[in-house]
Write a protein that binds this ligand. Structure first.
Ligand SMILES: [Zn+2]
Length: 240
C-alpha cells in the first residue's frame, strides 16, 4: 500500500507557488508597511496587491544572483532553503522577464564552490573579488559584532559575526557611511538579530516556501524568537 496522506502532502508542497520579487520600473512608490521609499531598480514583494520592501517581506537577507549562469543558478536555488525569482516588467515586450534569483548568501557560496571545479579560472576571479569585498567590509563587521555582543552578551560570537557579515554583504556597493552608521543603532541591531534568529533558528523560511503567508509564519515563530532573544540577552539582561 502506498501512503496517500504523505504523497498528498508532497503534491501540495510541490505545488507551493515560487516566491516572486519585482524589480521596480516606475519612478516612485512606498512600502505599504514601513513607508520606505521605493525607487526604480529597488526590489519589492507584492502582498495582497500592496508593495512591500524586502526588509518588511523578510527577504532582505538574500543576495541577488543575476540570470545567465544556468548551472550556478540551479545549484544555488537547490542549496537555498528560501529563494525568490526576480522579474522585471518589460514595457516594450509587455511581459514580465526573469532577471535572476534571490538566494541565501551561504547557498550562493556553496554553489560557487561546486561550480568552481567546472571553471577554475572564473573561480579564481570570483575569489579575488570576494577578498576585496571582505577587506572593505571588515571594519564594519567588527564594529557591528561589538554592538551585537554588547546588547546580547550570550549570543555566540560566531553567530554575531554571521549577522554582521550578512548586514555588510547586503549593503555591499550600495550603502555609504551614513547608512552603515544607521545599521549600528540599537534598534537596527535588534532587527538584524531578530531576522537572523527567524531565518536560522526557526522553520520560518520553510513555512514561506510552503506557501504560508508572511503574517501567519511570523505568528508561528514568534515564541521561538523570543526564547532565543531572552537566552542571548543573558541571565540579568533587560529588554531594550
Ligand atoms: Zn517596508
Amino acid at each position: 500500500m502506498s501512503e496517500p496522506s504523505r504523497s498528498g502532502l508532497q503534491e501540495r508542497l510541490n505545488k507551493a507557488p515560487e516566491l516572486v520579487v519585482f524589480e521596480k520600473v516606475s519612478e516612485e512608490g512606498k512600502c505599504s508597511e514601513c513607508g520606505a521609499e521605493l525607487v526604480r531598480g529597488d526590489y519589492l514583494s507584492m502582498e495582497k496587491g500592496q508593495p512591500l520592501c524586502l526588509v518588511c517581506a523578510d527577504l532582505d537577507h538574500l543576495v541577488f544572483l543575476p540570470a545567465g549562469d544556468m548551472a550556478l543558478s540551479r545549484r544555488a536555488r537547490k542549496r537555498s532553503l528560501l529563494s525568490a525569482v526576480v522579474v522585471r516588467f518589460s514595457r516594450t515586450r509587455k511581459r514580465y522577464e526573469r532577471q535572476g534569483l534571490l538566494v541565501a548568501a551561504e547557498a550562493l557560496d556553496q554553489a560557487e564552490d561546486e561550480c568552481a571545479a567546472d571553471a577554475p579560472e572564473r573561480a579564481a576571479a570570483r575569489a579575488r573579488a570576494a577578498i576585496q569585498r571582505v577587506d572593505e567590509d571588515r571594519e564594519f563587521v567588527v564594529a557591528m559584532m561589538k554592538e551585537i555582543l554588547g546588547q546580547y552578551p550570550a549570543c555566540p560570537a560566531a553567530e554575531a559575526g554571521r549577522i554582521a557579515a550578512h548586514t555588510a554583504r547586503r549593503g555591499s556597493g550600495r550603502v555609504g557611511h551614513s547608512a552603515a552608521g544607521r545599521e549600528l543603532d540599537p534598534r537596527a541591531i535588534k532587527l538584524a538579530v531578530v531576522a537572523h534568529i527567524r531565518h536560522q533558528h526557526t522553520n520560518y523560511d520553510r513555512l514561506l516556501m510552503q506557501g504560508a503567508s508572511r503574517l501567519d509564519a511570523r505568528i508561528l515563530v514568534r515564541e521561538k524568537i523570543d526564547q532565543v532573544l531572552v537566552k542571548w540577552r543573558g541571565a540579568d539582561g533587560v529588554d531594550s
